[in-house]
Write a protein that binds this ligand. Structure first.
Ligand code: 6PG
Length: 253
């Protein structure tokens, strides 16, 4: 693992973060399509990616024209246990800002069917779709070209929360943990999938994340104190893209 595979980039603000992430998305999409004829990306949930999704499809920005959208395949890192038209849905966030504006074929959207009454059924269906699409052998994890992730103030990422059993899942690609703090289920990719990816990019913005980010990067912190620290692609790039407010408690190197 070279240091090139692990990178922390600090940008001025949320706008700069969105543009920097859009550059990576565009470059990675073009490279993946050139090499493999497709680009497989898992989108993040939460509010941080909203600006990225908007910039990717902003007619005034270069990305809409640059990206080979017809060969882009969209997955999700996690989903709330709500229907796709619920404002809480990560699919709904992407649909509003990205999917309704970029010419991605409907067959390229590999949505988590979180409208299913039983979250475990949604997880099983998503796992079956991953196995089908990536032609996986038993026990094999898919190699996504790019995974976008956020970080919560408790250090969770996707729907891998501190103390969750989902963090220990090694024999499944998707889990459906009960999240007590939200009194609801979530559906999430598991660590074997995240850590099989070719590239993972964390997007972290805002002062409210500063203390958590300091602890995450503190060499004196236990290495696995936070779920986001468990994301470490075995044979892939890991980039933390953070804005100055989120980085404000980091020791300058
Ligand atoms: C979700 C995300 C979650 C999110 C973080 C950060 O479904 O909410 O998967 O992991 O990325 O909670 O959320 P913000 O971007 O809203 O701070």
């Amino acid at each position: 693992m070279t240091s090139l595979d692990r990178e922390r980039i600090i940008v001025e603000d949320a706008e700069a973060l969105a543009l920097a992430a859009a550059e990576v998305f565009s470059r990675q999409a073009r490279e993946s399509v050139a090499v493999r004829g497709r680009f497989t990306v898992a989108l993040a949930g939460g509010s941080t990616p909203r600006l990225l999704y908007a910039r990717l499809t902003d007619p005034a920005a270069p990305f809409l024209a640059q990206i080979p959208w017809s060969q882009v395949h969209v997955f999700w890192g996690d989903e709330r246990h709500v229907p796709p038209d619920d404002p809480q849905s990560n699919y709904w966030l992407a649909r509003e800002q990205l999917l309704s504006r970029a010419p991605i074929p409907a067959g390229n959207l590999h949505r988590i069917e979180a409208e299913r009454p039983d979250a475990k059924d949604a997880a099983a269906a998503y796992e079956a779709e991953l196995i089908r699409f990536f032609s996986l052998s038993p026990g094999q994890a898919p190699r996504l070209d790019l995974v976008l992730l956020g970080m919560g103030t408790d250090g969770h990422t996707a729907s891998l929360f501190p103390g969750s059993d989902a963090l220990e899942v090694r024999d499944a690609l998707v889990a459906a943990p009960w999240i007590a703090k939200f009194s609801s289920y979530r559906i999430t990719l598991t660590l074997p999938v995240f850590n099989a990816s070719a590239a993972v990019q964390f997007l972290v913005s805002g002062k409210d994340k500063a203390e958590t980010l300091r602890a995450v990067f503190d060499p004196k912190s236990p290495p696995d104190a936070f779920p986001c620290q468990r994301i470490s692609p075995a044979n892939g790039r890991l980039t933390w893209l953070v804005d100055r407010a989120a980085a404000s408690a980091l020791e300058s190197r």
